[in-house]
Design a protein around this ligand. Structure first.
Ligand SMILES: NC(=O)c1ccc[n+]([C@@H]2O[C@H](COP(=O)([O-])OP(=O)(O)OC[C@H]3O[C@@H](n4cnc5c(N)ncnc54)[C@H](OP(=O)(O)O)[C@@H]3O)[C@@H](O)[C@H]2O)c1
Length: 312
């Protein structure tokens, strides 16, 4: 049973002494630069200390600006925040990994990263076009590189000392196991969609057994309605414990042993999403018994994301 005060500030140790990841993370998939800056600034001010970015979101520079300004204004040290970004599908070729990593660092205005993830297991045709397609509109995949090749280049980044931990995103258990088995540096984090409609229990159990932090995105089902936010079981528990449905979903995620990402766009929502308290065991059991199954993000099928910000 987790104490309520521990829930908000919970940190999960990463394998190989790569530090600790705050369980409550702020995601930066926001479709314009000005909104990215204000939401990131508000999240930092509200108390978020874990920031999830990606070169594909095309707003690393805006996130970096907001973080530099926010850290300076509040007297928070760089070491007190945890920053992740992700290698996009067009940079899977080993010789492209380090330049992509350094370009992300440059945009974020950072000297090092806490976590670098392979965004999806799909390699796209290398180049500047993040969404390469043929004349029929079909994605151009790169068959000349394997996930093992890319993982080897990720391992080399850890050796440079500028990247404390590496991991994978949008990956299935079937794809993760061979990488885990062959890796010189084991994945520290796996980031996938997870919520009561997609609990990913088998993957979570594997991660727990292997000391991999499981990081859930879409813990609110991407806010899509109908979805977990409007589920009658969640609403009834929220009314019973005096919390909002979002707070119930986030508490469940942390109490089952995952870290999570959420994207509040306002200061009030940032405070709401941090202000979670532990649910009683019977509420956790009720949520675990929800039978609805739904995936909201199809990125795992093709490597092509849902919506993408059009910013800088
Ligand atoms: N690895 C991947 O492929 C991948 C894919 C998707 C996302 N991600 C990461 O995960 C992060 C989280 O994204 P997400 O979509 O899962 O975020 P989320 O916070 O679970 O869902 C965002 C939606 O929830 C709504 N929302 C947020 N807080 C709420 C609250 N307290 N009450 C009611 N609605 C609320 C937002 O509404 P408003 O817009 O109205 O505020 C928005 O529509 C992203 O920013 C990104 O970093 C990764």
């Amino acid at each position: 049973m987790i104490d309520s005060s521990e829930l908000r500030t919970k940190r999960m140790p990463l394998s190989h002494g790569a530090g600790q990841i705050p369980a409550l993370g702020f995601g930066t998939l926001i479709p314009d630069a000005a909104a990215t800056i204000s939401a990131t600034r508000d999240a930092l001010a509200a108390g978020f200390r874990h920031f999830d970015c990606a070169e594909r979101y095309r707003n690393e520079q805006a996130v970096g600006e907001a973080l530099q300004a926010g850290l300076a204004a509040a007297g928070i040290a760089r070491e007190d925040i945890f920053v992740t970004t992700k290698l996009w599908n067009t940079n899977h070729r080993p010789e492209r990994v380090k330049p992509a990593f350094e370009a992300s660092l440059g945009r974020l205005g950072l000297n090092d990263l806490d976590l670098y993830l392979i965004h999806t297991p799909f390699a796209f045709q290398p180049g500047d076009d993040q969404d390469p397609r043929d004349q029929s509109g079909d994605i151009l995949y790169d068959r000349g590189v394997t996930l093992f090749d890319t993982w080897g280049a990720m391992e080399n980044l850890v050796n440079t000392g500028r990247c404390r931990a590496i991991g994978l995103s949008d990956i299935s258990l079937k794809e993760l196991v061979p990488i885990y088995d062959s890796a010189r540096i084991k994945p520290a984090v796996v980031q996938v969609e997870a919520h009561p409609y997609l609990p990913e229990t088998e993957l979570l159990e594997f991660c727990k057994a292997k000391d991999i932090a499981f990081l859930a995105f879409a813990p609110l089902g991407h806010g899509i309605k109908p979805g977990p936010l409007e589920d009658p079981v969640i609403s009834a528990i929220a009314a019973r414990v005096g919390k909002t449905p979002a707070q119930v979903l986030l508490a469940w995620a942390v109490q089952r042993g995952t870290a999570l990402l959420t994207t509040p766009r306002t200061a009030a929502r940032a405070r709401e999403n941090l202000n979670i308290t532990a649910l009683p065991e019977d509420a956790l059991d009720e949520i675990n018994r929800i039978q609805t199954r739904q995936r909201f993000n199809e990125v795992v099928n093709t490597g092509s994301p849902g919506f993408i910000p059009q910013g800088r």
